[in-house]
Design a protein around this ligand. Sequence first.
Ligand code: SF4
Length: 374
Amino acid sequence: MPGASNPSSKASLIRRKVEARERITPADALWLWRNASAEDLRSLAGIVRARFHAPRACTYMVMRIVNYTNVCVAQCDYCAFYKLPGQPGGYVLSQPEVFAKLDELLTLGGDLAAFNGGFNPHLPLDYYCDLFRAIRDRYGDSLEFYALTIAEFLYLADHARLSYAQAAQRFLDAGVRWITGGGSEILTEDFRRRHSKFKYTVAEYFAAQEALIAAGLRSTATMVIGFDETIEERIEHLERTRQFQDRTAGLASFLCWTFKPWFTPLGAQLGSIEITTEEYLRHLALSRIYLDNIPRIRTSVLTQNERALEGLLYGADDFDLPIEDEVTQKAGATISLQFDRILDVARGLGFTPTYRSVAAAGIAPAASVLQPTV
Ligand code: SF4
């Protein structure tokens, strides 16, 4: 008897929902993941993408991740970057060393820096506030920076015995505008217990992000796939993100990248196998369909190289051209500075990439970043 359990009628039901701007449920997402072809996912993601972007439009940025310290006490088992306090090879960058990296970024045509380090118990809050204030004084609006990830913010607030609101105010006073959603990986409590038990709970992560947004800072959503997470855990991450955005409207974008397993304890345990680009692209499409309230979906050149550009066909509309990220490079990521070659891949797929300057966008509230075009 025909019904929702019939694959073709289930597919039609979900398509009708997406066309009618109705939300898909976690069960729909699971069904799509298990049953939909890559072509079906592309097509559905294209319907949602078209609400925000012209079909052949896409944007990109040239940016640098500044890894200001690799000393960390969190001990995530998927990390090849950190050194414990006192271990040989640990470092902290001075202000002149950070400035040299930012100067080089500007020379290469970029204008966005993203700071990402470890939970370093020897760095006081003043190290961060002095650094960010000095960057704002020196570069003004010629360069924008993502000051920290939510995970680092949690550690710093905790370490300084400040409430999230108090810590957010300290960063605002230092000229900070953005704290990104980094450190989320997979937002289920069980995943964190398995792999990063010293990295705060999901509940703490969202509480901190909500406090930052309430204080007037801007933020983003991120996700990393390809560990040992289940499909249900991926969907739970998307569901929590969508609910958070419904509540706050504070997420300017969603970026998903893939776990690089080399030289990590978890990678050794799992056999250092990466998920395929095809799986990444399917997930990108599912994310676009699911996250109908986040206008900008970004594809990861850092972890997928030029094949990330195929993500533009799977619902993404934006990407970075990174010039450095020690965290993923230590675990096997490779970076190319041949920007024209990478942009040509996007053009070859029929897209017209336009540079997107976060610095030039200034401090517009997240809700005004992009509105649906129809
Ligand atoms: S992923 Fe980040 S928080 Fe976890 S151990 Fe590495 S540097 Fe520390």
